[in-house]
Structure formats: C-alpha cells, structure tokens
Design a protein around this ligand. Structure first.
Ligand SMILES: Cc1cc2nc3c(=O)[nH]c(=O)nc-3n(C[C@H](O)[C@H](O)[C@H](O)COP(=O)(O)OP(=O)(O)OC[C@H]3O[C@@H](n4cnc5c(N)ncnc54)[C@H](O)[C@@H]3O)c2cc1C
Length: 406
C-alpha cells in the first residue's frame, strides 16, 4: 500500500491551487492529487466564463468577500508573469428596470467595503465605455479591475508547474471509498493509499465525497446548467467589455451577461441557470441521474412554495433562459438592438455545484469548508472560486488542521 503526506481529491482549480500553495508555503511536498478524468479541467474549472471577478457582489465578512479581491490580484500577477492570455476589459453592471436603481447603491457600498475599485457612472459615461448600452435609471456600475482569462490555459500551466515541483497527479483515479479512522482511500480500480491529511476538492461530487467521511450529511448539491450562446460577428456591435445585469442578490446567480473571451475573438452570452438532469449532464443523454433529479425537483418545488431567498423571482426570470427567445430577451435588456439572427449557440457549457442545506432548507450562498478528523471538505466552490483560488487555498490551509498533523 502506498502512503503519502497529503491526498487531494479533485484536479480542478481548487485542488491544484491548494497543492500549489501547500508546496510554496513549505507545508508539504509529498502530495498526490487524484483526478477521476483522463484530463484536468474537464468539469467546472474548464467550463466557466473565465472572468476574474473584482469582488463587488459579496456580503462583507463572507468568505467570498475575504478571498475574491486578493485571489484575483494574485491570479492576475501569476498569469501575467507567465505571459498567459489576459483581457483587462473591465465590467459594467446595468439595472434592467428603473425599480432596481437603489440596488446600485447597495452594490457600490458592498464593493467599497470589500476593498474593490468601483464607480457609479451615468448614462453618458456608460455609453463612452459601451456605446450600445443604456441604463433605464440613468445610472450603472463600472468595475475597471474585472478581467477575463483562459481557464484551461491556466489549468495546463498549473499542471506543468506542479509536476515540476514533484507533485504527483494521478488521472483516471476515482476515489470511491474513504476509511477515515485508518486514513486510507481506495480507488475504483481497487488501489489503496494511506495519507496523513486529506482535502476533498471534488467540485460537483464534493458532497458525495464528504458523505464517504460522514461529513456534511445535511448538504446536497443541486446542479444548475449554464449554457452559452455567442455573437456570430462582433463587427456590428464592437462590444469590448463585460456587460452584466444588476443581479438579484437573493439568489446565487448573476444573470445572463456578455463576456468577451480572453483572446478577444468571441463575445459569449450566458450562462443560463437551469436545472441540470445530472451533475455531469453535458449532453442530452449523458450523465443523466433520474433519482437525483426527482429529489432535486422536490426540493426546488418546496423552495418555490416557501419562496426562500426570493426563489420565485429566479424561477420566473431565469429558469427558462435555455429557450432561445428567453435568452434573447435577457440579452436585449442589456443591448436592445441584439437580434435573434445575430446570435448562435456555442458549445460552451458548465454546471454549477450549487450547495443546498437540507436542515435550513435553503440554497447556500457562501463557500463552505468543513474540517474533520484529518480531512477538510470544500463544498460550494461556486463562482468566484476560480478567481479566488490562490487566496481560497491559503484560507483553507490556515483554517484546516493540516499543520498540526503528525
Ligand atoms: C457556467 C459557470 C460559469 C462560471 N464562471 C465563473 C467565472 O467567470 N469566474 C469565476 O471565478 N468562477 C466562475 N465559475 C465558478 C468556477 O468555475 C468554479 O468555482 C471552480 O471552477 C470550481 O473548481 P473546483 O476545483 O472546485 O471544481 P472542478 O473544476 O469541478 O474540479 C473538481 C474535480 O474533482 C474531480 N472529482 C470529483 N469526484 C472525484 C472522485 N471521487 N475522485 C477523483 N476525482 C474526483 C472531478 O473530475 C473534477 O475534475 C463558473 C461556474 C460555472 C458553472
């Protein structure tokens, strides 16, 4: 039986960043990352918008607020120092109804409290940044520090650097059993490894992996699908920056937005936030989980009836956006002149690992890190976990018991 100091389950951005920081801080050198797929970045870390968020949305004091700005700064510096692709295009956030105007002040206040660079701008200033946009209330938010990167490029670079440091990445190794008393994991191909400390960074499967350790039994992941369309040709619109709607802060989705790709070649429109039929249901019949779906639809119907987190607003406004006319309507709330013939379906699609607390019967907004005997479980690593990953890794390490292990 092989043994190692640290086992990390999951070779996504969270697991890779954790390994990177454990090594860089001299906490551990003997690290094995277990990844069930044959490549890294197959799931959420390789399927997101690639936006390095500037930290304006999150409740001051939340874990998201604590790590987003620092994480974005560190990742930007890391990306720049390696000459990877970076689009420093900023972001405008525009109310789609006059009645949302007072929420601009709330978002601005949150941004300032979190330490973000953020400005309230008028329509004249907005039009200078994005000529085709207009705020119905006359005001919008400008976030100059929002950037766009190429997620898979970052994952590949991290993989190279981790391997150079001697960190082992084992692919096609699905961990399906954990004996926490004996500190042993077993893989699907029946290999057993001993560890001193275990980190569960398994994204969409993180609740199931936590349950193998009898941890977080009150949590389950409700997967939400994010589909993207794109502009057929940007010559007509000349969009340069991220254009986001002012979000409903009571639900954990930012709404359909326009995002220029890091290489400035495409303008993506999305992602939607609709119920996924399986955690890895990327194609119609792939990864279907009928029992999970029935359970989740039951939970979501209850949310609708109880209207927790104003869930009914989400259902009415966002849940149908995978139908093109609804998507187009959301896009037109940001750029009124966009037409059906100007957009096409892109092959980009990601699934959010949205956590649900079955005790409190509500969607969880913040990141959740649970420490157990010799293990830490990272649940709800939703957006902005990619942005935050380096700072989030430090937070996970500092709040875990990893340094006190024998
Ligand atoms: C549509 C969409 C858009 C987003 N946009 C942004 C954005 O613009 N900016 C931002 O900051 N964030 C964004 N996010 C969020 C961001 O992508 C995630 O927070 C981040 O990628 C999570 O990384 P992760 O490592 O936790 O998960 P993953 O990337 O999913 O990695 C988990 C890994 O664990 C592996 N695994 C699972 N179970 C096992 C097992 N039993 N054994 C071995 N391996 C296992 C999986 O195969 C997977 O590779 C977006 C998310 C979505 C869905």
């Amino acid at each position: 039986m092989e043994s190692t100091e640290i086992i990390i389950i999951g070779g996504g951005m969270v697991g890779l960043s954790l390994a990177y920081q454990l090594f860089e801080r001299g906490i551990a050198k003997d690290i094995i990352i277990f990844e069930k797929e044959k490549d890294l970045g197959v799931h959420t870390s390789g399927r997101n918008s690639g936006v390095l968020h500037a930290g304006i949305y999150y409740k001051p004091g939340s874990l998201k607020a604590k790590v987003c700005i620092e994480g974005a700064k560190r990742l930007k510096a890391w990306v720049s120092s390696r000459n990877l692709t970076l689009n420093s295009c900023g972001k405008v956030v525009i109310p789609t109804k006059i009645s949302q105007d007072s929420e601009i002040d709330l978002l601005f206040k949150r941004g300032i409290e979190n330490g973000a660079k953020v400005e309230i701008i008028n329509n004249k200033e907005l039009k200078k940044i994005e000529p085709l946009t207009e705020s119905p209330s006359g005001r919008a938010i400008w976030s100059p520090n929002t950037l766009v990167v190429k997620p898979l490029e970052i994952i590949k670079q991290l993989e190279i650097e981790l391997k150079n440091k001697g960190i082992v990445i084992l692919k096609e190794k699905l961990i399906n059993s954990i004996n926490k008393n004996e500190k042993k994991i077993t893989t699907r191909d029946n290999q057993t490894y001993k560890y001193k400390y275990l980190f569960n960074c398994s994204g969409l499967q993180s609740d199931r992996v936590a349950h193998l350790c009898d941890v977080g039994k009150n949590y389950t992941i409700l997967p939400f699908k994010g589909l993207y369309w794109k502009l057929k040709n940007n010559d007509k619109y000349k969009i340069k920056t991220n254009i986001y709607p002012l979000p409903d802060l009571s639900v954990p989705f930012l709404g359909v937005h326009f995002t220029p790709s890091a290489d400035k070649q495409n303008i993506f429109i999305g992602p939607t936030a609709t119920v996924a039929f399986g955690r890895e249901n990327y194609q119609l019949f792939q990864g279907l989980e009928p029992i999970m779906l029935i359970k989740n639809l039951f939970i979501l119907s209850k949310q609708y009836l109880l209207n927790k987190n104003k869930f009914r607003n989400y259902v009415h406004e966002q849940s149908l956006q995978f139908f093109e006319p609804f998507l187009l309507k959301a896009a037109q709330e940001l750029i009124a002149t966009i037409k059906m013939e100007d957009i096409e379906f892109s092959n980009k699609l990601g699934i959010r690992a949205q956590l649900f607390d079955t005790n409190k019967m509500q969607l969880v907004d913040d990141f959740v890190c649970i420490n157990d005997y010799s293990s830490t479980h990272v649940l709800n690593a939703v957006s902005p976990a990619f942005t935050s990953s380096f700072a989030l890794a430090d937070l996970i390490i500092n709040s875990s018991k990893v340094t006190s292990q024998e």
